[in-house]
Design a protein around this ligand. Sequence first.
Ligand SMILES: Nc1ncnc2c1ncn2[C@@H]1O[C@H](COP(=O)(O)OP(=O)(O)OP(=O)(O)O)[C@@H](O)[C@H]1O
Ligand SMILES: [Mg+2]
Length: 231
Amino acid sequence: MSSTPIIVVKDLGKSVNLGQESLTILEGIDLQVNSGETVALVGASGSGKSTLLGLLAGLDLPSSGRIEILGKSLGELDEEGRARLRAEQIGFIFQSFLLLPTMSALENVMLPAELRGERNCEPRARELLAAVGLSERLHHLPPRLSGGEQQRVAIARAFMTRPSLLLADEPTGNLDSKTGEKVIALLFELNRQYGTTLVVVTHDQTLAERCQRQLVMVAGKLEREVSHGVV
Ligand SMILES: Nc1ncnc2c1ncn2[C@@H]1O[C@H](COP(=O)(O)OP(=O)(O)OP(=O)(O)O)[C@@H](O)[C@H]1O
Ligand SMILES: [Mg+2]
């Protein structure tokens, strides 16, 4: 496995202004993730996991510190540059799915590949939807799908472009254990087959333990790391 850094984070901080006061959400985060690694981000609700993931995706800007993704400093890219990096290299699964409500499940999954100008992406989209157990829901619009089904469409969509980096926020959060297992298997298959680096926020201990590294967040800081099998 290559040890090229895919993520380098230095002294990252995020605070927001709430009227007169400033609220610190993240503070002093240092992190390096190498290509092909699987990393679980764990910690209590409100500890800053989703905020960190959003910063790594370049969806939000830090208040201090820097982030490099694949050697590119996010702070030095403009909005368009960050969007391009995301489209080309990064897949996400958000806590709130972000599916387009007027497009069918199949169209939602095909979209990221179509945006990249790929042709004939329907077979792979169908294959991925089958893998998450949604072959019978291809033409449903997201509002007609259950929460867990929407999450599975979002997962299939994130896999569509075989990203170098997959950022997933609670990918198994709304799923029953059997479907959750399938999704976990897909995540690790993507890692194995394509070397996709996984950074996964999760409260699911089974998923966290299957990752090579577990980073524990406490109140906006990376408190400690648990490497595979060692506490
Ligand atoms: N834009 C914002 N304005 C004010 N507070 C915010 C903002 N974004 C996040 N926070 C606060 O920052 C803290 C961290 O939020 P975050 O969503 O990153 O937590 P989390 O670890 O993902 O939690 P959960 O496990 O519940 O999803 C929370 O206390 C949240 O209320
Ligand atoms: Mg969260």
